[in-house]
Design a protein. Structure first.
Length: 663
């Protein structure tokens, strides 16, 4: 019973894990790709159009088809992946243009389309061609000043990527430990029957090989049943898209389960001593260390499951938080940010021109918004480190920031010539220290190229505001778009303060948003910068990030549910192992009138103590970053204990009359 349960649990975990691996890897890389080329920077020698022509021409000479992948969001908010094929028709390994792309998952729609005019050639290109041809293409581009690299796309590389996205490693290890527990218990439980077979002339080797063969046969039978059962489920989910890829991945996973189980059975049966066989004939229970091994294995598996739950919650929680910001994003749909399509050298050359456009937002807050978070160390509250924001006065019109007494802070409350700090009450930094940090920052801005800055003319005002305010940051490149109790520095409107480098740097990071897109297009055109940037609606960028995070959320929820399933199956294995080991003693106690509490209270108490210790260790190690993660962990640990208790009660009702004579 224990062996079959452990094999069934391992096979189920393998099939669900294979589904997760195929779905995650398909979203990360086009099916059939064997090599990837990443163009990082086009350099100064060639224009964007020339780089694209060079890529297409060299690919044609090398007989190499390239797929360029660009992510976007439909008006309905669904994430799409547009594939542009360069030199089509020569690549047999990648999907063809004549048929729709067979997406394995339903959260990402893949379509074919042309490359948009003026698109930057930087990005990732994939192919199923030879690595040598891709290297030749990369070498040609490097000779023309393009920064480019190539990577092999192997199943191992995709597996490693999947393991980074979802916590498969601890989950697989927990499943393996449960499998080992079932195999060891089952092999030890067969010792009486095996001893009788040896007495009747069967060799030890034949007995051991027989156990391993039955283990292999049972595993592959369960695997076949699971694969057949997956056909209607996948047909309803994705129309059996890439079913062959799933079947191969599942077959490899089930094969690994079978080999692992067979090896454990072989080693355990081969190491069983004749003394243990004699004890089995005498009807003695298996050694106490088997029970200790079962309990320790279950505790380690439970700890690994808690690691998976913590990781899944940490990666999925930002998507839940961002979904709650729909109302804030709806008010930001008309804002525009810039994506730079030029080399670093070109950006350095045009820094002053871009900075002039950014300064217009400071002088005319109605035309834009500045919301710049820090890029430095996460600790502190200074202008370039920690939990801080630098904004213009438009931010106070768009977002509610409460001052003393719960009254909203408005631009009219501020002196136009002063840098105003909104300091959350109770932060572990003295106000004077913060003021000095921002004074040094103003002096530093004055030393950099840009408009003339007069630090002596820029006073620093401050207000202490209530703590605990979660401020919206409009950030689309960070996991979340909120900061809790930051120090907010509000720029003066009548005194120039920012350097060219600061403004341009934050424009590249999305810290400068434009509310008047017509003025922005005119300004870029007048400065001859229109071809250097791409205008993006901030709402679209937020939707793209949310769609990507929701895919992560689904993967996290799937892996978390799978982890909980592994924990419950491990609990079932432990309970069954305890019941089978103690069944003779418990039956005798039952005959003499002892109740369930007497026979099962001790094992339940031991499991409860073990589970509590594992949970306490995980909590002490600060594994859970949110109350939700802690609550889920508590629920899984409690459910684990309930399963043990219920199964022990169920096993008590299954006592057979031959229990007295069977070990």
């Amino acid at each position: 019973m224990v062996l079959k349960l452990s094999l069934a649990a391992a096979v189920l975990t393998a099939l669900l894990g294979a589904f997760l691996v195929v779905r995650t890897s398909d979203e990360a890389m086009v099916r059939g790709a064997t090599v990837a080329m990443i163009v990082w920077d086009i350099g100064d020698e060639l224009s964007r159009e020339q780089v694209q022509e060079e890529i297409a021409g060299t690919a044609a000479r090398e007989g190499l088809s390239l797929y360029r992948s660009i992510d976007s969001v439909t008006p309905s908010g669904r994430a799409t992946r547009t594939l542009t094929v360069i030199n089509p028709g020569t690549d047999q390994g990648l999907p063809g243009l004549a048929e729709p792309y067979p997406s394995f998952g339903r959260s990402l729609e893949t379509r074919f389309g042309p490359l948009a005019a003026g698109s930057s050639p930087t990005g990732t290109y994939v192919s199923s061609g030879s690595a040598q041809a891709a290297d030749e293409l990369a070498t040609t581009l490097r000779d023309r000043g393009v920064t480019v690299s190539t990577r092999r796309v192997s199943p191992a590389a995709l597996a490693l990527f999947t393991a980074e996205v979802v916590p498969l490693a601890p989950l697989a290890l927990a499943a393996v430990l449960s499998l080992v527990l079932g195999c060891v218990h089952s092999t030890v439980g067969f010792r009486r029957r095996d001893t009788i077979r040896e007495v009747h002339g069967m060799t030890r080797g034949r007995i051991v090989v027989g156990h391993a063969a039955r283990c292999l046969a049972t595993t592959f039978l369960f695997g076949a049943i699971g694969l057949v059962a997956s056909v209607p489920a996948l047909a309803a989910y994705n129309g059996l898209a890439q079913f062959g890829r799933f079947a191969v991945t599942a077959g490899v996973a089930v094969g690994a389960v079978a080999v692992t189980a067979a090896m454990v059975v072989l080693l355990t049966a081969a190491r069983r001593s004749r003394v243990q066989n004699a004890e089995a004939i005498a009807g003695r229970r298996p050694l106490r260390r088997l029970a200790v091994f079962a309990g320790a294995t279950h505790a380690v598996a439970l700890g690994l499951v808690l690691i998976v739950l913590a990781s899944a919650t940490a990666s999925g929680l930002p998507a839940l938080q961002n979904r709650a910001d729909d109302s804030s994003w709806s008010s930001a749909e008309d804002f525009t940010s810039l994506t730079f399509r030029i080399s670093n050298t070109e950006l350095d050359r045009d820094t002053a021109a871009f900075a002039d456009i950014g300064r217009h937002v400071i002088a005319q807050p109605r035309d834009g918004l500045i919301v710049a978070g820090s890029e430095g160390e996460p600790e502190g509250y200074g202008p370039e480190v920690g939990n801080s924001l630098i904004v213009n006065t438009r931010y106070l019109d768009e977002q509610e920031v409460l001052g003393r007494g719960g009254r909203r802070v408005l631009p009219s409350d501020l002196r136009p010539q002063a840098l105003t700090l909104l300091i959350s009450e109770g932060i572990p930094v003295e106000v004077d220290t913060l003021v000095r940090q921002y004074q040094r920052w103003i002096l530093f801005q004055a030393e950099l190229p840009g408009r003339e800055v007069h630090p002596e003319r820029i006073p620093i005002d401050y207000q202490v505001v209530p703590a605990g305010q979660s401020l919206f940051t409009y950030a689309t490149s960070e996991p979340t778009s909120r900061q809790l109790s930051p120090v907010v520095a509000i720029l003066p409107t009548s005194n120039p303060l920012l350097s060219d480098d600061w403004i341009t740097s934050n424009m590249t990071r999305g810290g400068v948003l434009f509310g008047n897109s017509s003025w922005l297009r005119t300004g870029l055109s007048d400065a001859e910068l229109g071809s250097s940037v791409l205008l993006n609606r901030v709402g679209d960028l937020a939707a793209l990030r949310l769609a990507d995070q929701e895919r992560t959320l689904r993967a996290s929820a799937f892996s978390g549910a799978l982890a909980a399933l592994v924990a419950l199956l491990a609990a079932a294995l432990l309970a069954t192992s305890i019941a089978e080991r103690n069944r003779r003693r418990d039956f005798l106690r039952h005959v003499h009138g002892y109740g369930f509490a007497t026979t099962a209270l001790a094992p339940i108490a031991v499991v409860a103590a073990s589970n509590t210790a594992v949970l306490a260790l995980a909590t002490t190690a600060q594994l859970f970053e949110s109350p939700l993660a802690q609550a889920l962990a508590n629920a899984v640990v409690a459910a684990d204990l309930v399963v043990v208790g219920v199964l022990l009660a169920f096993q008590r009702r299954r006592f057979r009359t031959d229990t007295i004579t069977n070990s």
